[in-house]
Design a binder for this molecule. Structure first.
Ligand code: GLC
Ligand code: CA
Length: 568
């Protein structure tokens, strides 16, 4: 399989694709599509695969190398597709398997790979396996799931809590045992200790590769090795054994990209997933920078102001940890997170465009594979929900009674869900200024952000200084310049409260990036390790051909200069 960014592969005799300066997904930028909210081709208010196909030219023009496609499989949609009832059928609201095959082919024709979402920590309770398993204690599929007898008082076997709030155990009346669900009760956890289950998953993955899939994004993969009786949820004792088995059985010898979603990954264990000799995954997708911004007591549900120095520390630590081995994902946003410009930038009319571009500059010139979440490329913003009942998301709905029960006031919960809740990212894509925003001619499943008349793809793309043009340029730079994909990362002025700065170095060249991440002008003394003179490759407030000493930065000014390393 050849993608836009496929260059030479460094293959050893064993057929392993080794991490090398030329691996295509190290130069590529990913783009996440949340299909329900991307483009609705048939007017039922729900985005679908034909709608996505109709927008592939937008993505090809942006220059992305692959699409991470959130789940499109058959599902009762308790968690919008992260509850799968058949891994090899497409949800009718999204289309058919023929549509899926056409999507893979049409994307490939544009040099874009389709990366499927692999959700195998759990299935839907409507999956055939679970329907069979719950029928009797001796059912052949019983052991595909995690069952325990009730506690002596008839309650759940232990205190494990669901990540969506409330107990992680639900009593199944048919057999009188509880089943485990780390997410919603409609998402029973699979029992990875069962080898027959693992074999079914490998076979399913291989069939998706046969259909031309370019890789997998692996949902909460750090949870599959859980040892529930020992109270270990993430990073369980057999986690890496399972991933290595997966690699042997499905990934080995294939030129694909694999992305492990791992909320528990840290700089000191990420190499277990992505070290070049581990035989596991291409990269981790971890959330240290997200969690850094959460409240110690109420997590994401109590909004906290951005702490720029803490944020920089997290990114710098990761850049250092994976400097010589392993690979990271770079992202501000996804379908579980708020909109980048609202969370980290300034989404006021005055600074929205420039701050969105500054944030992109900071992220896209680091080492790692950047991900653009749909709408980010035009600076889409959070939506202001005015009442808790307006949210659709199962995580928000399940957490509302739990968090208010723990002492968070109703107003605080609403503020937290508005600041950090998942529905922000899930409002429909804003394509045009007309009714339905070009997303649908029907009634959208979730309201369209009312700012779509001003903020939409058509308007932004017609502006040469718009957000899209800036993303397109950054994506193309990464594809062309080794110093961005491979250069050594040098953090600068980590403790500065307003400015984000770093240098990249490779083969006698230096790339220095400096960004004012506030809405006020600021003076900045660039440390000598950042001094550079040469060519401006990215700028949000006018070009500069050198960076040295004292620099006066305009609000949200980001600038990157590429030149030779000058003796200091
Ligand atoms: C991942 C997904 C999220 C989903 C959860 C359960 O975190 O990104 O959307 O709800 O796993 O599958
Ligand atoms: Ca539709």
């Amino acid at each position: 399989m050849r993608f836009r960014f496929a260059l030479t592969q460094d293959r050893a005799g064993d057929g392993e694709t080794k991490m090398s300066a030329t691996t295509w997904w190290q130069r590529a930028t990913g783009y996440q599509v949340y299909p329900r909210s991307f483009c609705d081709a048939n007017g039922d208010g729900v985005g679908d695969i034909p709608g996505l196909i109709s927008k592939l030219d937008h993505l090809a023009d942006l220059g992305i190398g692959f699409i991470w496609l959130s789940p499109v499989y058959a599902s009762p949609m308790a968690d919008n597709g992260y509850d799968i009832s058949d891994y090899e059928a497409i949800a009718p609201e999204f289309g058919t398997m023929a549509d899926m095959e056409r999507l893979i082919a049409e994307a490939k024709a544009r040099g874009i790979g389709i990366v499927m979402d692999l959700v195998v920590n759990h299935t839907s309770d409507e999956h055939a396996w679970f329907k069979s398993a719950r029928g009797s204690l001796v059912d052949a599929k019983r052991d595909y799931y995690v069952w325990r007898d009730p506690d002596s008082d008839g309650g759940p076997p232990d205190e494990t809590q669901s990540l969506f709030g409330g107990p992680a155990w639900t009593l199944d009346p048919v057999t009188g045992q509880y089943y485990l669900h780390l997410f919603d009760r409609k998402q029973p956890d699979l029992n990875w200790e069962n080898p027959a289950l693992r074999a079914e998953i490998w076979a399913m993955m291989n069939r998706w590769f046969d259909r031309g899939t370019a890789g997998f994004r692996m949902d909460v993969i750090d949870l599959i090795g859980k040892d529930i009786d020992a109270g270990i949820i993430a990073d369980g004792p057999r986690l890496h054994e399972y991933i290595r088995e997966m690699h042997r059985e499905t990934l080995r010898g294939r030129d694909v990209v694999t992305v492990g979603e791992a909320w528990s990954a840290r700089p000191d264990n990420a190499l277990l997933y992505t070290g070049r000799d581990r035989g596991e995954l291409s990269m981790v997708f971890q959330f240290s920078h997200v969690v850094e911004g959460w409240d110690a007591e109420f997590g994401k549900w109590r909004a906290r102001p951005r702490d720029l120095v803490a944020l920089k520390r997290v990114f710098n630590a990761w850049q250092a940890a994976l400097a010589d081995d392993g690979w990271n994902s770079l992202f501000w946003s996804n379908h579980d997170l708020p909109r980048a410009v609202s969370k980290y930038g300034d989404d006021s009319a005055e600074w929205r465009v420039r701050s969105a571009k500054a944030l992109a500059t900071v992220l896209h010139l680091m080492k790692g594979t950047p991900y653009v979440y749909q709408g980010e490329e035009i600076g889409m913003t959070n939506m202001a929900f005015s009442r808790v009942e307006e949210f659709d998301d199962v995580e928000i709905r399940n957490n509302y009674p739990v968090q208010t029960g723990r002492g968070l006031s109703e107003d605080e919960f609403l503020a937290g869900a508005n600041a950090n809740g998942r529905d922000n990212a899930r409002t429909p894509m804003q394509w045009e200024a007309g009714e339905g925003a070009g997303f649908t001619v029907g009634t959208p499943w979730l309201p369209i952000n009312p700012n779509y008349r001003a903020i939409n793809v058509a308007a932004d793309r017609s502006d040469p200084e718009g957000v899209f043009a800036h993303y397109k340029s950054l994506i193309s730079l990464r594809n062309r310049l080794d110093i961005i994909s491979q250069g050594r990362f040098v953090p600068l002025a980590e403790d500065h409260p307003a400015v984000w700065a770093y240098a990249r170095e490779l083969a006698g060249e230096r790339l220095t990036m400096v960004a004012n991440l506030t809405s006020a002008p600021v003076g900045f003394d660039l440390p000598p390790e950042g001094t550079v003179a040469g060519r401006c490759i990215a700028a949000t407030a006018g070009p500069r051909d050198g960076l040295e000493g004292r620099i006066e930065l305009a609000p949200w000014e980001a600038v990157a200069v590429l030149g030779s390393v000058r003796p200091t």
